[in-house]
Structure formats: structure tokens, C-alpha cells
Design a protein around this ligand. Structure first.
Ligand SMILES: Cc1cc2nc3c(=O)[nH]c(=O)nc-3n(C[C@H](O)[C@H](O)[C@H](O)COP(=O)(O)O)c2cc1C
Length: 407
């Protein structure tokens, strides 16, 4: 055995990389997964803001069940299938997307980062994915269109004032939004106890407790106070209140939204909107069948990320029975608990056309702004590509239930 000097050995392994001076890149360099970005976001955001994003209803059982359902299902990988190149491009509502994912609507996005919805819309366009703007967004329908030529969907709630809904739908059409997403799981706001405990309002108020929280998170606080005040941008200046003075989300929603929403309202929405309609918040096979019979183009199986009815079923296990019952009459989107590309692969293999994700991109936004969202969307695509490769599937169309190890 030849002996080398310790210096020679050291010289062969020591590498000094460039020292990263950009704080955002430095932060991102320490993250390898959505879970890592969640941890970074938790550190960077005031506690109340992080909890508003991260939390769910009551005991958060449904929220946990969404992720646990993906964890419970494994794969049955096939080998020696001669798959040299993997393509994850797909179509949804008749149009192409880079991979089968839609960015979910999330209200009050500027709370995570001052660029808010603009940052997310730009990142979604770069990634080749549709972005759904929330009714309760902090940038307006038109402001978001101004920064993105990509696929944009608009989410509506049933305001008691249907005139307001009609007006928003017309604005979305004028701004070339492609699909309308009607959220149907919010007759009342779920009891999000983390927010209740903190007395959390939108926008957050500054008092003794939050002052300390803000001081402990100077990066977020400095950016927040330098940016223009946060409003419900789509109803700015309207009599329904635009959040210019702080409100709790439950007071706002419980006074402004109509709990008596019914199937006839879906027909009414059809009469004021020409494009595809997505029903978001369907949680049973029975309702999915009714939605398909009404002719909605897509059904988003969703429990609002576990933020509404605690005890509602996890969404991923609904995909297969709903796909079987609907039989291709409507496309199926699986929303809730998606944190990895392998979750998207599982949803599609079970029968969904695409998955939808909310918190995954919000953690990226909270941890590192727009570049954090880019990072998440890039990881999900790379994860999905790797998953297909290791499953022996060359295309999204090759994913089916035979590749899943269902319990
Ligand atoms: C902070 C936050 C705000 C949300 N706001 C809305 C909203 O305004 N409208 C809506 O339909 N869903 C809203 N959702 C639900 C998401 O659209 C989506 O259903 C949920 O995030 C999916 O679960 P996931 O976060 O595990 O991906 C929100 C979710 C979060 C986390």
C-alpha cells in the first residue's frame, strides 16, 4: 500500500465554493425540500402570519390527513421498461401545462411577502402552470394580469351581493382569465384556533404582543411597513369593506358570504361566465356526480387544506372512487397536502388530471419571496420527472393505478 502525505489527501478533497453574498440565495442554499422552506418561513415570518398560512381548523385532523393519505400509499415501480426520456407535460381544460399542477387560490398572499400575488403569478408563468387568483387577493384581477401572460384562473366565493360576483366575473373575462373556480366549502369560515388564540386579523394589527413578534422578525416587518397597505384589492373602496381597517376573517366571511349557496347558483354562474367552470371544495362521490351532471368542466376535490370542516375526508383517497363515478365527464383535480412531485404522481395515477397546491408555494414565498416560489415549482417538476423515471413511466399518460401500492 502506498502512503501519501496528509496534505496530499487534504488537497484532493478540500474545495472552497464562492461565498454567497445574497442573503436570499444563502437562505435558499440551505433548503432541499418544501418542508425545509416551511421551517425557513417559520423562522422568517411573525408567528401570527406563519400560523395563518400553516394552520387548519380545530384539531387540524383533516389537515394532517391530507398529507398522511399520500404517505400511506406507496409505489409499485416497474423496471427494464426502456424509458430513456421522461416527459411530464400534460393538458388540463384543453390546454397544455408544463406538468399537472395548478397553483391554488390563497387569500391575503401579500402577508407572506410584499410582492404577494404578483410574485406567484410571475413564477407560475415561468413554470408553465396555471395560477388561480383568490377573490380575497391583495392584488387585483387587473394588476395580476398586467404582470403575467400565462394561464390565469379566477376563484370566486358566493358573496351575498351577487351583483358584486357578476361584476368580478366580468372583470376576469375582460382580463382574459381562462377559468372560473367556484369555492363551495365556505358556507361559514372554519374555526382556525391558532388565529382565534392570537386574535389574528387581516391585516394584522400592531399591539404589544405583535410588536414584539414583529421586532423579532425584522426582515418581514421592515418589508411590510415599507410596502403599501394591504387591502382586499378586488373590492377596494366597496361598501362590503376592503380590509382597510383590520377585520377577523371569520367576521368578514360570515357577514359577506352567502351560506345558502345551492346548485342553482352554479347554473346562474354559468349564465354570466362563458368559459370553463371548476367547482372547488367537493368532498364526496355523490356531490362529484352531481357536479358532473351539471356539466362543470373540472371538479377540485378539496377540503380547503383542512381549514374548514375538521373531520372532512382527506382528498387523495377520494380521487379513485370519484374518477370511477364521474367517468371522464369532468376533469378531476386533487387539492390538499401536496408537498412533493411524488404526491402529484400519486394523484394522477389514482385518476386525477392534475393536483393543486397552496401551502407549498406559500412556504416558498414566505421563506424567500418570488425566488422561493420558483424553487418550489422547480423542485416539484424535478421530483415528478424523477418519480416517473424510477417508476418506469415515460409520460404522464403512463401513470395508472397499477403503479400504486394502495392499502
Ligand atoms: C393561507 C391560505 C389562504 C387560502 N385562501 C383561499 C381562498 O381565498 N380561496 C380558496 O378557495 N381557497 C383558499 N385556500 C385553500 C387553498 O386554495 C387550497 O385548497 C389549500 O391550500 C390546499 O391545501 P395545501 O395547502 O395542503 O396545498 C387557502 C389556503 C391557505 C393555506
Amino acid at each position: 500500500m502506498s502512503r501519501s502525505s496528509p496534505w496530499e489527501t487534504l488537497r484532493s478533497v478540500v474545495r472552497f465554493g464562492r461565498i454567497e453574498t445574497d442573503p436570499v440565495e444563502r437562505r435558499l442554499a440551505r433548503a432541499a425540500s418544501v418542508a425545509d422552506l416551511r421551517r425557513l418561513a417559520r423562522r422568517r415570518l411573525p408567528g401570527g402570519v406563519f400560523d395563518y398560512i400553516d394552520g387548519g381548523a380545530e384539531d387540524e385532523r383533516t389537515m394532517a390527513a391530507n398529507q398522511a393519505a399520500f404517505a400511506r400509499v406507496g409505489f409499485r415501480p416497474r423496471v427494464l421498461r426502456g424509458v430513456e426520456k421522461v416527459e411530464v407535460g400534460s393538458t388540463l381544460l384543453g390546454k397544455p401545462l408544463a406538468y399537472p399542477l395548478v397553483l391554488a387560490p390563497t387569500g391575503f398572499t401579500r402577508i407572506a411577502d410584499p410582492e404577494g400575488e404578483l410574485a406567484v403569478a410571475r413564477a407560475a408563468q415561468r413554470a408553465g402552470l396555471p395560477y388561480t387568483l383568490s377573490t380575497l387577493s391583495t392584488r387585483s384581477i387587473e394588476e395580476v394580469r398586467a404582470v403575467s401572460d400565462g394561464r390565469l384562473w379566477f376563484q370566486v366565493y358566493a358573496w351575498r351581493d351577487r351583483g358584486l360576483v357578476k361584476e368580478m366575473v366580468e372583470r376576469a373575462a375582460a382580463a382574459r382569465y381562462e377559468a372560473l373556480v367556484l369555492t363551495v366549502d365556505t358556507a361559514m369560515l372554519g374555526r382556525r384556533e391558532r388565529d382565534v388564540r392570537r386574535g389574528f386579523s387581516l391585516p394584522p394589527t400592531i399591539g404589544p404582543g405583535t410588536l414584539l413578534d414583529g421586532a423579532l422578525h425584522p426582515g418581514w416587518t421592515w418589508a411590510f411597513v415599507r410596502s403599501e397597505p394591504i387591502r382586499f384589492a378586488n373590492v377596494a373602496g366597496r361598501s362590503v369593506g376592503d380590509g382597510a381597517s383590520p377585520v377577523t376573517l371569520s367576521d368578514y366571511i360570515n357577514t359577506q358570504f352567502d351560506p345558502a349557496l345551492a346548485w342553482d347558483d352554479v347554473d346562474w354562474l354559468r349564465s354570466v361566465w362563458d368559459g370553463p367552470l371548476v367547482l372547488k371544495g367537493v368532498q364526496t362521490v355523490d356531490d362529484a356526480v352531481l357536479a358532473a351532471e351539471r356539466g362543470v368542466e373540472a371538479i377540485a376535490l378539496s377540503n380547503h387544506g383542512g381549514r374548514q370542516l375538521d373531520g372532512a375526508p382527506a382528498t387523495f383517497p377520494l380521487v379513485a372512487p370519484v374518477a370511477d363515478a364521474v367517468g371522464g365527464r369532468s376533469e378531476i383535480i386533487c387539492d390538499g397536502g401536496v408537498r412533493r412531485g411524488s404526491d402529484i404522481a400519486k394523484a394522477v395515477a389514482a385518476g386525477a388530471t392534475a393536483a393543486m397546491a397552496g401551502r407549498a408555494y406559500l412556504y416558498g414565498l414566505g421563506a424567500a419571496g418570488e425566488r422561493g416560489v420558483d424553487r418550489v415549482l422547480g423542485w416539484l417538476q424535478a421530483d415528478l420527472t424523477r418519480t416517473l423515471s424510477l417508476l418506469g413511466a415515460g409520460r404522464i399518460g403512463d401513470l395508472d393505478r397499477s403503479l400504486l401500492d394502495l392499502p
